[in-house]
Design a protein around this ligand. Sequence first.
Ligand SMILES: Nc1ncnc2c1ncn2[C@@H]1O[C@H](COP(=O)(O)OP(=O)(O)OP(=O)(O)O)[C@@H](O)[C@H]1O
Length: 319
Amino acid sequence: MSDWLIETEALCRSFGKGKKALNELNLRLPRGGVHAIVGANGAGKSTLFRILLGFMAPSSGSARVLGVDSQALGPAERARIGFVNEEHSLPGWMGVEQLIRMQRRLYAAPGIARWQEAMLEEVLGHFNVELHQRVSELSRGERAGLSLALALAQQPELLILDEPTLGLDVVSKRAFLEALLFSGQQGGATIVYCSHQMEEVERIADQLVVLERGELRHQSSPDDFCQRVRLWQIEFPFNAPDLRGLPGYLQSQVLDGITHLLLLDQDEATVAAALKELGARRAVSADVGLDRAVNAFLAKNHAAPRRQKKNESKEAVHA
Ligand SMILES: Nc1ncnc2c1ncn2[C@@H]1O[C@H](COP(=O)(O)OP(=O)(O)OP(=O)(O)O)[C@@H](O)[C@H]1O
């Protein structure tokens, strides 16, 4: 029996005439921590979640969650999995208190006994949710808080979050992340989270998974991913040459006469020598943040190379 919390084997899901949302995906996530799944629009993140939750069947291959095939999850396993998505779909016609009571009855039931009132109160305390309100009267941020509180109060072993902070303002977003961090400190659920907001990922994720066109492209800590991408700031005594042929090339941009070049997986001494050969007067390398590293990595395979226009020097971007 496998020790992985989530394990997919050659997982494929196609739509229509051969459109592959997931393509032979082999992904293993251990128990514990926050795993952020990132990827461009259409990379297959939500499709993966739907299959993991048993809402959708794979076209081929398999996915195991909590040691069970995701297509065979029963009520006992489902009670151990929490899910929050961007829509925070809760029954609008119910009162907040009524909804909490219903969930409490469900998860505090004999044989399940997972309900944790203190967690509910703690998380709700981060948001201005009034118990006497109707769910339909709550703002988007309040609804997000309520759905997170309900999901965490059921003490899931696995909590899947599909872009949960989409559309939230800064205050609600901060409250949401603080509540997640709090649950982590309590030794709570393993969190599998997808988001396009790298500052959030940087703040809460222990592990980063990069999906591209339904395939696994990278898996490590966010710091280790950042180490793969280096920023070179280069002075050329003349117009910058075309750098797109350099090994590991991701992106370059000329700002106020300095060329900013992003390279993937390259040895520093080799790059320095290559730049010197291209006529660089000065070249220094630096770290980049997660946002820039991930976006350059993903953009590389998404955008067609763009030619620099004549007279374009200040903000020329090569991708
Ligand atoms: N029910 C469906 N019918 C047809 N195509 C679908 C369906 N669901 C997803 N797809 C396609 O599968 C691909 C992956 O979609 P998915 O929603 O998993 O991507 P995503 O990574 O979650 O994207 P985003 O970041 O935009 O939410 C996309 O090309 C999408 O159009």
